[in-house]
Design a binder for this molecule. Structure first.
Ligand code: PMP
Length: 451
């Protein structure tokens, strides 16, 4: 392998990074990751750290999951690719669809539509929502509602429902007909409400108000993450998602649960919807479905929605959406092995226990470090620290300081993720008690460099 300096120089010259400014990447070369084992990653200089990010919230089973690697290798030998467009299918996608139906049985989702990743899953969910209403004779239902702070991907429809200006402004105009309501974000919200239950009530009222303002008969779907992820890990009050479900049902609006992060155990339950006791009409999945080892996703669809398409006799129920890699046999083999491992290891239990340990550790750090304005989490292994320069004004910490926290934590043994003024922690769901302590002490080392 070429040495680190050579790689950094060439990286800066020939490669643009997602979600990064090219000039910033040239000035501050990224760490070059060349290996991984268990829950650790290894950089080109041989430095080994616990991956407190879990890839990108997707490596739930860690980096040494032998059954998944073996399934991929076996499948590459047997059938490396064939499409599942009209006329052909493969045995893996059939087996996987049944496994997914069983896995999400509580959520009442029995049909799978395969994609190549999260943004694809969201895009197709939004398209199918419009098509569903057209098939039912409500062609006027074309608008989408979503939460500010929500993240749903980068395709144009998905980006249009994103609730963070960073992902929108440079690409506007996006799709018209997408409207956003405030997030149930206790630390900062337009209602000046600090009580989570009362805030949930205010946001639900705002949703209903927006629906009436838009005219309910124009709205196709409400899309939301059960726990807002990339927006800074914002778990709502337990009354919130059930409240959204009730409103959607009342007005004939489909509820799309974007579970690209939360499905497969991250919240300490099999899905985020199940965590809140809600049955969505569609659920987007990707990420951990293949543990990050292969790009793959699945949109899950309820019986009720599916039947509208399946019973159509006009031809307009044809799914005019699909990707070359929809139902990739290698991805499906990886997903089958992942679901088996997820169930065998019962990872939700560890996610819940280690999540509580992490949350308690973060709360303790808040008692010691003034720059921690807010600690969020407590629902499995997704948590965040919001860093501020002043607790009274809640002014966000500057970019250099939060970057220094990250570098300090990395030097002390953990990869953490910075998103705006948040530090996000989403390690593999198989982390041990000791791994969580390593993450917490590395994080503390990072925090102490700027406090
Ligand atoms: N929705 C959510 C909730 C996500 O977290 C993400 C990715 N972080 C996406 C959609 C987009 O997925 P992808 O990056 O695989 O396209």
């Amino acid at each position: 392998m070429k040495d680190g300096n050579f790689l950094k120089e060439h990286n800066a010259r020939h490669l643009w990074h997602p979600m990064a400014h090219p000039a910033e990447m040239q000035a501050n070369p990224p760490d070059i990751i060349v290996g991984a084992e268990g829950v650790e990653i290894i950089d080109v200089d041989g430095h080994r750290v616990v991956d407190a990010v879990g890839g990108l919230w997707n490596v739930n089973l860690g980096y040494s999951c032998a059954p998944v690697k073996e399934a991929i290798a076996r499948q590459l030998d047997r059938l490396p690719y064939y499409s599942i467009f009209r006329g052909t299918t493969n045995d893996n996608v059939i087996e996987l669809a049944e496994m997914l139906r069983d896995f999400f049985a509580h959520d009442g989702l029995s049909r799978a539509f395969y994609t190549s990743g999260g943004s694809d899953s969201v895009e197709v969910a939004l398209r199918l929502a419009r098509q569903y209403h057209k098939l039912r004779g409500e062609a006027g239902r074309v608008k989408f509602l979503s939460l500010k702070k929500g993240y749903h991907g980068t395709h144009t429809l998905a980006a249009s429902v994103n609730g963070n200006a960073n992902f929108r402004t440079q690409y506007e105009p996006l799709m018209s007909g997408c409207y956003h309501v405030p997030a149930p974000y206790t630390y900062r919200n337009p209602f000046n409400e600090t009580d989570p239950a009362r805030l949930a009530g205010h946001v639900l009222a705002a949703i209903e108000d927006e629906i009436r303002f838009q005219d309910p008969s124009t709205i196709a779907a409400f899309i939301m993450e059960p726990v807002l992820g990339a927006g800074g890990v914002i778990p709502p009050h337990e009354s919130f998602m059930p409240g959204v479900r009730e409103i959607c049902t009342k007005y004939g609006i489909l509820l799309i649960a974007d579970e690209i992060i939360t499905a497969f155990g991250r919240t300490g339950d099999w899905s985020g919807s199940r965590h809140w006791g809600v049955r969505p009409d569609m659920m987007t999945t990707a990420k951990a479905i293949t543990n990050g080892y292969f790009p793959f996703g699945a949109l899950m669809i309820s019986d009720e929605v599916a039947e509208v398409f399946e019973k159509d006799t006009t031809g307009k129920g044809a799914i005019a959406s699909g990707y070359t890699y929809s139902g990739h046999p290698v991805g499906a083999a990886a997903a089958i092995a992942c679901i088996k491992e997820t169930l065998r290891l019962n990872v939700t239990e560890n996610a819940a226990a280690r999540g509580s340990q992490m949350f308690a550790g973060l709360e303790a750090l808040k008692g010691k470090y003034e720059i921690i304005g807010d600690v969020r989490g407590g629902h499995g292994l997704m948590s965040a620290l919001e860093l501020v320069s002043d607790r009274a004004t809640k002014a966000p910490i500057d970019k250099q300081s939060i970057a220094a926290v990250q570098r300090g934590a990395y030097a002390a043994g953990a990869m953490i993720r910075v998103s705006g003024n948040n530090i996000i922690l989403s390690p593999p769901l198989v982390v041990s008690d000791a791994d969580v302590n390593t993450i917490l002490s590395a994080l503390e080392a990072g925090l102490s460099t700027v406090s």
